[in-house]
Design a protein around this ligand. Structure first.
Ligand code: NAD
Length: 250
C-alpha cells in the first residue's frame, strides 16, 4: 500500500510513518512543518512534502506530488491535530476556530480529496482518522473546543465509512489516551499552571488515570493505526478504536 500521513513530522504521525515503513508500506511523510517532515523522511529513506490540512490547495498539491513519488495512494492517516487549554467561559473565538479548522475540517478535506481520487480511479483503499479519548467523553476540563472537534471526527468517520463502503474504501478512527508527544509536553505545562501543579505532578495524574499503569507511547497508537489501515482489519469499518490503557473506559 502507498500511504500518506498528515502531521507526520512529530509524535503519533511520526511513529505511524516509522511503523508503516518497517512493515513495507510506501510512505509519504507530510506536515505543516516542512523541515520536520524532511527529517522524518530522511530517517525512513522516504518521500516528504509540506501539507497544511486546512488548505485544499496544499492537500491537492501534496497528494499529486506523493502519487508521482510513491505511486497511486490507497491509504491515508489523517493525524494532524492541535490543542490548547481554555475554560469554556473564557474560550476565545480564535481557539475555537483553530481546533475545528485543523482537527475536524482538516480530516474532512483530506478524506474527501483522498476518496475522490480513489473513486475516480475505481481503486479501493483505507483511511484512519486520529481522534482522541476526548472524542468519547466530554468530562474533561479546559478542552470543550478540542472535545467538540474530536467528537465530530468520530461521527464523520462513521458517515464516511457508510458512504464510502460501496466504493471499497474503509474508514476508521483511533482514540488515543495520554500519549507522550510534543503536544503532551505543552499540555503538561498548561494544565500544571491551571491546577497549580508542576508538569511532573500532572504527568503522575495521567499515569494514575490509566489502569494499565503507564503513560501511553506514540508506538502504542501507531500499532493500532497500522492494524486499521491494513489487510488484517479488512472487515472493520466505521469503528472508533480506543487505544488508551483503559483510561476513560466507556
Ligand atoms: N498526545 C496525546 O496525548 C494525544 C491524545 C489523543 C489524541 N491525540 C491526537 O493525535 C494527533 C497527533 O498528535 P501528537 O500528540 O502526535 O501531536 P504533535 O504536536 O507531536 O504532532 C502534531 C503534528 O501536526 C502538525 N500540524 C499542526 N497543524 C497542522 C496543519 N494545519 N496541517 C498539517 N500538519 C499540522 C504539527 O506540525 C505536528 O508535527 C492529533 O490529532 C492529536 O489531537 C494526541
Amino acid at each position: 500500500m502507498s500511504v500518506l500521513v498528515t502531521g507526520a513530522g512529530s509524535g503519533i504521525g511520526k511513529a505511524a510513518a516509522h511503523l508503516l515503513a518497517e512493515r513495507d508500506f510506501k510512505v509519504a511523510v507530510t506536515d505543516l512543518d516542512e523541515e520536520a517532515a524532511q527529517r522524518v523522511a530522511a530517517e525512513l529513506d522516504s518521500f516528504s512534502t509540506v501539507l497544511n490540512v486546512t488548505s485544499r490547495q496544499s492537500i491537492r498539491e501534496a497528494m499529486d506530488e506523493a502519487e508521482a513519488a510513491i505511486g497511486p495512494l490507497d491509504g491515508l492517516v489523517a493525524n494532524a491535530g492541535v490543542s490548547s487549554f481554555v475554560s469554556f467561559l473564557d474560550m476565545p473565538d480564535a481557539d475555537w476556530h483553530l481546533m475545528l479548522d485543523v482537527n475536524t475540517t482538516g480530516v474532512f478535506y483530506c478524506g474527501q480529496e483522498f476518496a475522490r481520487r480513489l473513486v475516480a480511479a475505481n481503486r479501493q483503499g483505507s483511511i484512519v482518522n486520529v481522534a482522541s479519548m476526548a472524542a468519547k467523553q466530554g468530562r474533561i476540563p479546559w478542552l470543550s473546543h478540542y472535545v467538540a472537534s474530536k467528537f465530530a471526527v468520530v461521527g464523520l468517520t462513521q458517515s464516511m465509512a457508510f458512504e464510502l463502503a460501496p466504493h471499497g474504501i474503509r474508514v476508521n478512527s483511533v482514540c488515543p489516551g495520554y500519549v507522550t508527544t510534543s503536544m503532551q509536553r505543552r499540555e503538561l505545562v498548561w494544565e500544571g499552571k491551571l491546577r497549580g501543579m508542576t508538569p511532573e505532578e500532572v504527568f503522575e495524574l495521567y499515569v494514575k488515570d490509566t489502569p494499565l499503569g503507564r503513560i501511553e507511547t506514540a508506538e502504542d497508537v501507531a500499532r493500532a493505526i497500522v492494524f486499521l489501515l491494513g489487510p488484517d482489519s479488512s472487515f472493520i469499518t466505521g469503528e472508533a478504536l480506543a487505544v488508551n490503557g483503559g483510561a476513560f473506559m466507556d
